[in-house]
Design a protein. Structure first.
Length: 256
């Protein structure tokens, strides 16, 4: 089963964007794209938000959340932030899952950017004698969320990102065999991370559109820390958000 995030309109709450990363280093990389320093906003039962803006005079505010590692914690933290905003009467108009990721060669080389046109839970299901079955084939839930197609196109054009499936996994791939298996099941996959599907589940439950953008820090396959380029990927994420913010603000003004 595929859940399509509503292509339609941002509401007037779209002047508030929630950006969910896994860890503070990713959150801070996003924050460096904005000219003014972020200020901390405490939430009950969730990590603090770091609030900033694009500085373009459009009035868009960005709340940056280091939501935690893995789909479950990312979903819980994102849902808490969304609920707090809704209860305060200032709901978010968009949620962005952002961070670094592993890239599937040759489609997503080190340092490249990927914008998800599908956010897919790669290992949510059951192993059988015939192979892996996604949870949807067992009659439950969903495994894929699709961000608004127009926003995906605009974001990719602005940032130079590739578009394709970004997989969410609970266990990072560390062997060639698993990488090959994932590519066989998901031939459009460009990247693998651990939070996007959880963030999307929370956003969709609140009726808020979601976008996912990733900077590739390592190849998906055999675990080789010497091949990781985390610093370069974080720098690419900062540059990407400098280009992405005007797109989000324009989408807010013209599509809501």
């Amino acid at each position: 089963m595929v859940v399509q995030a509503e292509e339609g309109r941002l509401t007037t709450s779209a002047a508030r964007v929630l950006v969910a990363t896994a860890v503070p280093a990713e959150r801070d990389a996003v924050a460096r794209a904005f000219p003014e320093p972020a200020r901390e906003v405490r939430l009950p039962g969730a990590p603090a938000l770091h609030r900033t803006g694009a500085g373009t005079g459009t009035g868009t505010a960005y709340d940056l959340l280091a939501a935690g590692v893995g789909p479950a914690l990312a979903a819980a933290s994102t849902a808490t932030a969304l609920t707090a905003a809704a209860l305060s009467g200032t709901p978010y108009g968009l949620v962005v899952s952002a961070g670094i990721a592993g890239g599937f060669a040759p489609g997503a080389p080190l340092g490249s950017l990927v914008v998800a046109d599908e956010i897919t839970a790669a290992d949510l299901g059951a192993e059988t004698a015939e192979g892996f079955l996604p949870v949807t084939e067992l009659g439950f839930g969903t495994v894929t969320h699709r961000p608004p197609a127009a926003l995906v196109r605009q974001a990719a054009t602005a940032t130079g990102a590739r578009t394709g499936t970004v997989l969410t996994v609970s266990t990072v791939t560390g062997t060639a065999a698993r990488a090959d298996g994932l590519r066989a099941r998901h031939p459009r996959a460009l990247a693998e991370a651990m939070e996007g599907f959880g963030v999307a589940e929370a956003a969709v439950a609140h009726g808020v559109p979601v976008l996912e953008i990733r900077a590739v820090s390592n190849p998906v396959g055999p675990r080789d820390r010497a091949a990781w380029r985390i610093g370069e990927a974080l720098a690419a994420l900062t540059t990407a958000f400098g280009k992405l913010a005007p797109v989000l603000e324009s989408w807010n003004r013209h599509d809501r």
